[in-house]
Design a protein around this ligand. Structure first.
Ligand code: GRF
Length: 219
């Protein structure tokens, strides 16, 4: 497990990171903890629905407990949902981090981790979000609409899709000639990999206050 311990009490925020793909956001969190930009935090586990996710390799390389829980291995979605929640609970996390996790979160998990589960979305919510907006599709839609500014959002997960209280956002300029792939990379580098670690550090230090469907970041 990777952790920093800068709090006087020694109590660290236990986080589990759920992934499906390359894990560049996971890597940003791993680096943030190692470089002490994320304080009072311990990455206690990484879980993927995809056994081939490179994110699992990143966990392995950083000695972080990890496992795959795939819907394909269970005869129904309901059984998978129960298994996923059980696996997450077993890590006893204080915070669940969805970092490119492409599986619908079971309602029981949303209830259990109300305001203790966050997601990184590659747009400035409420633009280009909701059902069907994930990965490259977000950037394709932004370019098709001709927006001049895009960005990323970290928000708490509620029962909707990309609808929970927003924690942090960061804007990124669209440049002429951008392809969806080029724009995605810029949004990851300039926004996602910056605000996800920052949001975790704020939560780890008690700086995020939820007020209805909004948040207040304390000084
Ligand atoms: C990224 O596009 C991110 O915006 C979205 O899912 C993808 C995950 O990428 N949340 P990675 O697995 O973190 O590299």
């Amino acid at each position: 497990m990777l952790s920093t311990d800068t709090s006087a009490k020694g109590k660290k925020l236990r986080i589990v990171v759920l992934v499906s793909g390359g894990g560049t956001n996971l890597q940003a969190v791993i680096d943030g903890v190692r470089e002490n930009r994320i304080t009072n935090t311990e990455i206690v586990g990484v879980i993927s629905n995809n056994k081939n996710a490179y994110a699992l390799t990143r966990a392995e390389e950083n000695q972080i407990p990890h496992q795959c829980v795939s819907p394909k291995d269970y005869e129904s979605r309901e059984i998978f949902n129960g298994k996923l929640l059980g696996v997450v609970n077993a890590y006893e996390p204080d915070l669940v981090v969805l970092a490119g996790f492409l599986v619908v979160i079971p309602p029981a998990m949303i209830q259990k981790y109300e305001n203790r589960m966050i997601n990184i979305h590659p747009s400035l919510i409420p633009s280009f979000c909701g059902k069907g907006y994930y990965g490259l599709k977000v950037h394709e839609a932004a370019l098709a609409r001709g927006v001049k500014v895009v960005g990323a959002t970290v928000h708490f997960v509620d029962e909707g899709t990309d609808t929970g209280p927003i924690i942090l956002q960061k804007a990124v300029e669209v440049e002429s000639g951008d392809t969806p792939e080029v724009l995605q990379r810029r949004v990851m580098e300039q926004a996602e990999w910056q605000i996800l670690p920052r949001a975790i550090d704020l939560i780890a230090n008690g700086k995020v206050k939820v007020d209805g469907n909004r948040t207040e970041i304390l000084p």
